[in-house]
Design a protein around this ligand. Structure first.
Ligand code: MG
Length: 325
């Protein structure tokens, strides 16, 4: 009698710069755990053609809402060493599970030519009606956003909400995770976003400023806390954490996504990329101290508003935890 065959969809990050793209392929196996696997690194900018094998190391597994179970992987070189593109590895050594991250992933849906949905007949009416808007003249892509939400929940991701954003065709969802898994979950949620949009013939644009002018860019506000912040917080603690992040602002910006200078202009609810500030309830600051934290006697979380929509969550986590631990 033959064993039952299982399908696993392996997901990994390629070697493209400045940000990696997501790759995936499906393995059919009788093994009840996804084994290590290989791929052609010369086709993903991760190896030369003369020595092209790279190794996929399964690190996290999810229920497969599209059929195959999802397997997040790290990449090793053919010599079984950590691949230079593997940003997860550094994160793994830094972050403990008492660190919680709530990512607010913003993005645009576009047609396959890169035009945001709703912009096919030219530039739409100015911003104002679109944020959390309802009505066919105020939103574009809702059916895809909601299909994505359902897939994330089926996969066991802690997506805690979604909304139409300030520009037409722009959306956001929030993804909460603990420790290293926060980074895994965000990457898997992005994978599902690209995959479900495919089925509608639509693309996902993670660029932080797809449309210049008086249009909001896309960020990935990163809410974070650790045990001390949640249970033993104080004004002194919270401001000292902000000061520490401010002292390495330039290093942080390097970790927070490319082309972020086009978004962090001081307009559209952002601080300038060359300046660092923090403030209570201040959406024009680099770091916002949320009113929740104040109302809980300085126990709670902080919101780093600097990361761009295209940032690698492993690098964000490494920067924040590396700076504050
Ligand atoms: Mg937002």
């Amino acid at each position: 009698m033959s064993m039952e065959k299982k399908k696993y969809e392996y997901i990994w990050l390629d070697g493209y710069q400045p940000e990696p793209s997501i790759r995936s392929k499906i393995k059919v196996t009788e093994e009840d755990k996804p084994p290590q696997w290989g791929f052609d690194g010369s086709s993903t900018q991760q190896a030369d053609g003369s020595s092209s094998d790279c190794i996929l190391i399964p690190v996290a597994q999810y229920e497969g809402p599209l059929g195959a179970d999802l397997v997040m992987c790290q990449v090793d070189t053919g010599e079984h060493e950590t691949h230079p593109s593997n940003t997860r590895k550094a994160c793994e050594g830094l972050v403990a599970d008492d660190w919680w991250f709530g990512f607010e992933q913003e993005y645009f849906f576009t047609d396959i030519k890169g035009n945001p949905l709703g912009w096919q007949d030219g530039t739409p009416r100015p911003q104002g009606d679109y944020y959390c808007g309802v009505g066919a003249n105020n939103v574009a892509g809702r059916e895809i956003s909601e299909a994505h939400l359902d897939l994330c929940l089926e996969a066991g991701l802690e997506v805690t909400g979604t909304n139409a954003e300030v520009a037409l065709g722009q959306w956001e969802y929030q993804c909460l995770g603990k420790g290293l898994k926060a980074g895994d979950d965000l990457w898997v949620s992005r994978f599902l976003l690209h995959r479900v949009a495919e089925e509608f013939g639509v693309c996902v644009d993670l660029h932080p400023k797809p449309k210049s002018g008086d249009w909001n860019g896309s960020g990935m506000h990163t809410n974070f806390s650790n045990e001390e912040m949640r249970t033993n917080g104080s004004e002194k603690l919270m401001t000292s954490l902000c000061e520490k992040l401010g002292a390495v602002h330039e290093e942080g910006i390097k970790e927070y996504g490319s082309d972020n200078d086009k978004r962090l202009t001081g307009l559209h609810e952002t601080q300038k990329i060359t300046e660092f500030s923090y403030g209570i309830s201040d959406r024009g600051a680099s770091i916002r101290i949320p009113i929740y934290t104040i109302e809980h006697n300085w126990n709670g979380y902080l919101e780093d508003r600097r990361p761009a929509s295209n940032a690698d969550p492993y690098r964000i986590i490494s920067h924040i935890v590396g700076t504050l631990s």
